[in-house]
Ligand binder design. Sequence first.
Ligand SMILES: [Zn+2]
Length: 85
Amino acid sequence: MAGHVDGNALAGPLSELFAFDPTTASARCASCGDTAVLARAMVYEKPHSFIVRCSACDAVLMVVLQKGDATEIDLGGLAWLRTLG
Ligand SMILES: [Zn+2]
């Protein structure tokens, strides 16, 4: 497709998103559509992982895995994630 730029164009906007404060960022559950700040989500702490569930429907919103020095985040349960502007 013509007119596109490469992923480096995302450095600015995504660096803000991925440096977000989870206590103030809001998210929409892809399962039930509930929108809430992540601080309201239910977090289940496991060895090397955090399972984040929707406080309205209990669906998994995100999974944070800590693998050695790396952190992997599965955002599959989110419709979107929004930082405060
Ligand atoms: Zn939900």
